[in-house]
Design a protein around this ligand. Structure first.
Ligand SMILES: Nc1ncnc2c1ncn2[C@@H]1O[C@H](COP(=O)(O)OP(=O)(O)O)[C@@H](O)[C@H]1O
Ligand SMILES: [Mg+2]
Length: 317
């Protein structure tokens, strides 16, 4: 018997547009997700984005010349509200509903499991290769921006599906200046806005001159922390978060920040004996290389992780 899986969508009020920063986050998410022409199982899918002002609603479309949409773009560009601030202006994002919380909550509420770790690494590297192929640099990869869709767990013993979400800081790299038809490689598209979350930020992001290789670094921090269960306490929220770091005396310092100070620093990977094999250790070291050019790109990363997963004798157990 074929069981019909319920299809969940979530309409959530993403942004109340009362400050230019909110508008910018919402537009970045909209531009990135609406620029993707196909779907990927591990990337959150945006069904549509609806713009609401007072009693009026309209579907938001990229490049539209509706005055409401143009007011939002103007707000984001000028950094000041370009419409009557008294009007209730909202953007609604209709997207996949992830019912299993985020990767952080999921992993930290369970015992470490090799099969889950392997599945998560493969899903994340596949999502990143897809995003980079679609010219999108995420810029804020971290376990709380990776959501879990558990619905298929009800019917099988498969691992849950991860969905990379929160594209509020993402950047779509447009076509190259010389030939507008030719897509630019995300690994050659240089960005200068230092943004992200410090523990996952690559050294060159701290400096403000980086490419898509910054996403590889963030994923390196996530994978290393997942395999060894390395966590820290977020000073603001007091939440325990998965993320690896460097110890300097009693202080814990983001790996990227420490590498910026000392690019020759040797990272102690793994911290615990036997938490990963030699190939995995080598791959994480390369993902966290101080020089972005020494990191694998997303396509090589995906391939190497698939090879590691299938060579790993514990894969079937
Ligand atoms: N598609 C979704 N399904 C379920 N929960 C979601 C979804 N999108 C966001 N959330 C919830 O909202 C939180 C914040 O969303 P996020 O996109 O990361 O925005 P921000 O971090 O900018 O507030 C997520 O951690 C998650 O709990
Ligand atoms: Mg977030």
């Amino acid at each position: 018997m074929v069981s019909s899986q319920p299809k969940y969508d979530l309409i959530r009020e993403k942004i109340r547009c009362h400050a230019p920063e909110n508008v910018e986050l919402a537009l970045r998410e909209f531009w990135a997700l609406s620029s993707i022409k196909s779907q990927h199982p591990n990337v959150i899918h945006l069904e549509e984005c609806i713009l609401q002002k007072d009693g009026m609603v309209q579907k938001m479309s990229h490049g539209s010349n509706s005055s409401l949409y143009l007011q939002l773009v103007e707000t984001s560009l000028k950094g000041e509200i370009a419409f009557d601030p008294r009007s209730a202006y909202y953007l609604w994002f209709v997207m996949d509903f992830c019912d299993g919380g985020d990767m952080n909550e999921y992993l930290l509420s369970r015992k470490p499991n090799r099969k889950t770790n392997t599945s998560f690494m493969l899903q994340l590297s596949s999502a990143l290769a897809f995003l980079h192929k679609n010219q999108i640099i995420h810029r804020d990869l971290k376990p709380d921006n990776i959501l879990i869709s558990q619905s298929r767990l009800d019917t099988s013993d498969l691992e849950p599906t991860l969905k990379v979400a929160d594209f509020g800081l993402s950047k779509v790299c447009s076509a190259s200046g010389q030939n507008p038809e030719e897509p630019v490689s995300v690994n050659k598209c240089f960005l200068s806005t230092a943004c992200g979350t410090d523990f996952y930020m690559a050294p060159e992001v701290w400096e403000g001159h980086y490419t898509a290789k910054a996403d590889i670094f963030a994923l390196g921090i996530i994978i290393w922390a997942m395999l060894e269960r390395i966590t820290f306490i977020d000073t603001e929220t007091k939440k325990e978060l998965l993320g690896s770091y460097v110890k300097q005396g009693t202080e814990i310092v983001p790996v990227g920040e420490a590498l910026l100070e000392n690019p020759k620093m040797e990272l102690l990977i793994p911290v615990k004996k036997k938490s990963m094999n030699g190939r995995m250790k080598q791959l994480i070291k390369e993902m966290l290389a101080a020089n972005p050019q020494d990191r694998p790109d997303a396509f090589e990363l995906e391939l190497r992780l698939v090879q590691i997963a299938f060579k790993d004798s514990s894969w079937e157990t």
